[in-house]
Write a protein that binds this ligand. Structure first.
Ligand code: HEM
Length: 290
């Protein structure tokens, strides 16, 4: 029987992310009278000394945001430079990457006090939101690239073997399936946009196929009793079968997307460091920001 996927990190970071998101939304709500003021009137508010970017609370938001963004790069270190198994699977690090990326950006949003007045800070914030936006698209593609349970991309032969094993396990449980088809030639010739729409429509087809299978399993008295074991395997089988049909396309899409995400994040980090240096009067901590 295939080993089940360990989802602990994903669950922990989803809970942590929801708690941080709710906490930050509450902080934004409490500061709404200040955040909704026009820039010129803000210095007159009694909240200005706390909520402006260099204020006692605003600055803490900035420091936490930057710390989370630096931690976020742990994924790059883990995936490219440190290949030690005891450090946890790439899947767990990806959950940390998504959590720190999104939560870090939310802290930066509060740090900016929802106003982009300083050009360097504005550039850093806009590039951060482009990196996070591209991250969300990339995460969608990432989940479609066939991977090992540890999160490593599967080679073609490994994927074909995994599909064969899943097919055999499902057949043993009484599930009747068509043999998995090979890689589709058409899929490898598409441009980025049609590749993305291709993934969305194959998701829909996969959902319908799974629903039909689920009904067949539940309708059979023998299979219904072990549905809790059969259905996750059937879901994985269908996902990997469509991963095989667009194997090259998915890998190429992921590769081109990764270059964009990586270089934009490097640019964002350089601008963020320059912004910190300027904001602290080039390290003198004058904190001259409004
Ligand atoms: C602070 C914001 C972020 C920064 C600085 C950042 C930076 C990076 C870097 C440097 C990489 C490695 C690229 C490479 O392998 O060359 C990466 C990978 C990735 N990031 Fe982000 N990222 C951020 C936010 C996000 C968010 C919010 C998401 C998802 C919602 C995300 C999803 C991904 C994915 C899917 C990968 C590719 C993983 C792989 O193929 O191994 N990123 N990111």
């Amino acid at each position: 029987m295939s080993a089940p996927e360990n989802r602990t990190a994903s669950v922990v970071f989803t809970i942590l992310g929801s708690l941080c998101g709710a906490g930050l939304a509450a902080m934004a709500w409490m500061g709404r009278y200040y955040y909704l003021l026009p820039a010129a009137e803000r210095p007159l508010s009694e909240l200005h000394s706390r909520l402006r970017p260099s204020g006692s609370i605003g600055l803490v938001y900035g420091i936490i945001g930057l710390t989370l963004i630096i931690m976020n790069l742990g994924y790059l270190v883990r995936s490219s430079f440190v290949r030690l198994d005891w450090m946890g699977s790439l899947r767990s690090w990806m959950s940390m990457h998504v959590f720190t990326g999104i939560t870090g950006a939310l802290f930066v949003l509060l740090h900016s006090a929802f106003l982009l007045r300083n050009p360097m800070a504005a550039l850093a914030a806009v590039s951060l939101f482009i990196v996070v936006g591209s991250g969300i698209v990339g995460r969608y593609i990432y989940t479609h690239v066939p991977r090992s349970l540890q999160g490593r991309e599967l080679e073609l032969a490994e994927l074909e073997k995994a599909i064969k094993e899943l097919h055999q396990e499902l057949s043993k449980s009484g599930v009747e399936l068509a043999e998995g088809t090979g890689e589709s030639e058409a899929a490898s010739k598409r441009n980025v946009l049609s590749a993305l729409t291709g993934i969305i429509s194959s998701d829909r087809a996969e959902k319908i196929e799974f629903e039909n299978l689920r009904r067949a399993v539940m309708a059979s008295p023998q299979m219904a009793a072990s549905a809790a074991g059969i259905l996750p395997l059937a879901r994985r089988y269908l996902r990997e079968k469509s991963g095989l049909a667009r194997y090259q396309e998915l890998r190429e899409l992921m590769r081109s997307w990764r270059v964009f995400h990586r270089w934009f994040s490097i640019m964002m980090l350089i601008v963020a460091v320059l912004h910190v240096l300027v904001a602290t009067n080039l390290g003198g901590l004058g904190l001259s920001l409004p």
